[in-house]
Design a protein around this ligand. Sequence first.
Ligand code: MG
Length: 220
Amino acid sequence: MRKIKISESTEEIVVGNIFCIGRNYAEHAKEMQSDVPVNPMIFLKPSSSIISDGDKIIFPKISKLLHHEVELVVAIGKTAKHIPANQAKNHILGYAVGLDMTLRDLQNEAKKQGAPWTVAKGFTTSAPVSEIILAEKIKNPHDLTITCKVNGVIRQNGSTSEMIFKIDKLIEYISSIFTLEAGDLIFTGTPVGVGEVKPGDIVEAELIGYTKISHPVIAA
Ligand code: MG
């Protein structure tokens, strides 16, 4: 499902490109035994990996280790290239909570080989995303709490104030390389506490005070 609803509206957006940022929280970089990058680290997911609240996360047979990563997602509302940080706000339609579902065993193997992360990060159902909260409803996107629960137990509880590269800088950097189009999403990285999910589990992600999603995990 490539369409995402806008909260308190009948409108939807059609999702285009999905840019994802790796290691954007220092404590998470540490738990991955990775250095904090000098520039934002970017990877992509295909738009067909999007699912909506209630949809199943399908654990593909090629992996034995599926991880949750809760993230603040930025939805772009206006197409441009070379957006300066001080103009970034004008290009944001709104915010959502998402899960960057990751096949950690395949990602670790790819890291070792210097191979791309596309399979580990972009498989079908790897991108659960909530409805979009319009930007005007959120005073400060760097003062939000995002959480992930598995079977009702809290696993991740992070503040977007802890992002290494802030949203305006991410937009500036991404748009210096790629064209950022209306309908594109940016997954802004995950706070500490990533962990395993198994078939039969229920994964919930919440943007506290705004919106949440809940997804059963099933075997392929
Ligand atoms: Mg991530």
